[in-house]
Design a protein around this ligand. Structure first.
Ligand code: COA
Ligand code: MG
Length: 298
């Protein structure tokens, strides 16, 4: 698994050079140029060519360059999507509606051939799988271990609701099982977990921040974005605050002092502390380091 940080992943239609250039200028962790649902069937070839040119010509800075293919179904559009964009050497591909490990393995094989033919490092092109159908949720156990190229599971609430006949609500209880399952399976097998899009572009930033905080608390490591305005709030929620880093360091120091005197569990600021809290503190410090914070200097 590759440990590149992916806090916000901004989607844009792969046929919009303007949006791709705008996205590339925002300092977002990952950019996803879409060839699937944001592109009409009549526009697929133009979108592939636009995405290829953008991969070749646009300066993406530190942003990861991802392309979303159409669903991997025999004889479907994904093969042409991949063949048309691979020479732009994207950092990875996002696979929609993954329901079966064979879909991931098949694309991984195509990428291995492409890397070999071009002399690129083995498994350098990464895969992220969207879980957004009932079958995808039911087959999570097989999908998470499908291939070492897989870095992340992405939870897609809108398509899932359509697939299982649920009605989307702001609170999201209708997709809560699937949302929990995706993060649990991802984390059990060392993958990143990325939450669904927040589609209400008229909602105040506070609503997006609240939802992002909720899914961070569930263990998610990132969230999809669909508008430049969403990038800052999402990346900020996923970046540990200085006071949180300091508190984690102090807790770990207190734990080490108690270990030295032979105590595994102790009371700290009115709460019982033992290994689970120490692990959470270590995870927070790892996240802070991945965000570029100089943890030891804070
Ligand atoms: N990525 C990059 N730039 C974007 C963007 C995105 N996802 N969404 C909007 N922008 C740009 C616009 O081009 C505009 O740029 P400008 O100020 O230089 O003219 C600016 O941000 C403001 O955009 P706004 O007018 O508020 O939105 P819009 O009406 O142009 O677009 C959407 C609205 C929903 C169509 C657009 O946000 C979008 O395409 N989102 C992504 C859709 C997608 O990829 N879906 C598939 C996965 S769910
Ligand atoms: Mg979709």
């Amino acid at each position: 698994m590759n440990s590149r940080i992916r806090r916000a992943l901004l989607f844009m239609p792969g046929d919009s050079r303007k949006k791709i250039e705008k996205g590339a200028s925002l300092g977002v962790d990952s950019i996803i140029m879409d060839l699937e649902d944001a592109i009409a069937f009549s526009g697929k070839e133009a979108a592939r060519q636009c995405t290829l040119q953008a991969l070749r010509e646009v300066d993406f800075g530190r942003s990861e360059r991802l392309v979303r293919l159409n669903q991997v179904i025999p004889g479907w559009l994904y093969a042409d999507d991949l063949a048309a964009t691979i020479d732009g050497q994207p950092d990875g591909y996002v696979l929609p509606k993954v329901e079966d490990p064979a879909q991931v393995q098949h694309v991984a094989d195509l990428l291995a051939e492409a890397e070999d033919a071009r002399g690129w490092p083995h498994e350098s092109i990464r895969l992220l799988a969207i879980i957004e159908t009932g079958k995808g949720v039911v087959n999570l156990r097989e999908i998470v271990t499908s291939h070492p190229r897989l870095d992340a599971l992405i939870f897609g609430a809108e398509d899932l609701a359509g697939d299982i006949g649920a009605q989307r609500t702001r609170a999201g209880w209708e997709v809560f099982y699937a949302r929990s399952a995706v993060v649990t399976y991802a984390k059990a097998f060392g993958l990143q977990a990325i939450d669904t899009v927040f589609v209400d572009l008229t909602a105040p930033d506070e609503a997006l921040i609240e939802e992002t905080q909720l899914i961070l608390n569930m263990g998610y490591t990132g969230k999809l974005a669909i508008h430049p305005r969403q990038v800052g709030p999402i990346q900020q929620v996923f970046t540990p605050r200085i006071d949180e880093v300091r508190a984690a360091r102090q807790l770990i120091a207190a734990h080490e002092a108690h270990q030295d005197s032979g105590l595994g569990v102790f009371e700290y600021q009115g709460k019982m502390v033992d290994m689970p809290m120490i692990r959470s503190a270590l995870i927070l410090l790892a996240r802070a380091r991945a965000c570029g914070l100089d943890v030891d200097a804070l």
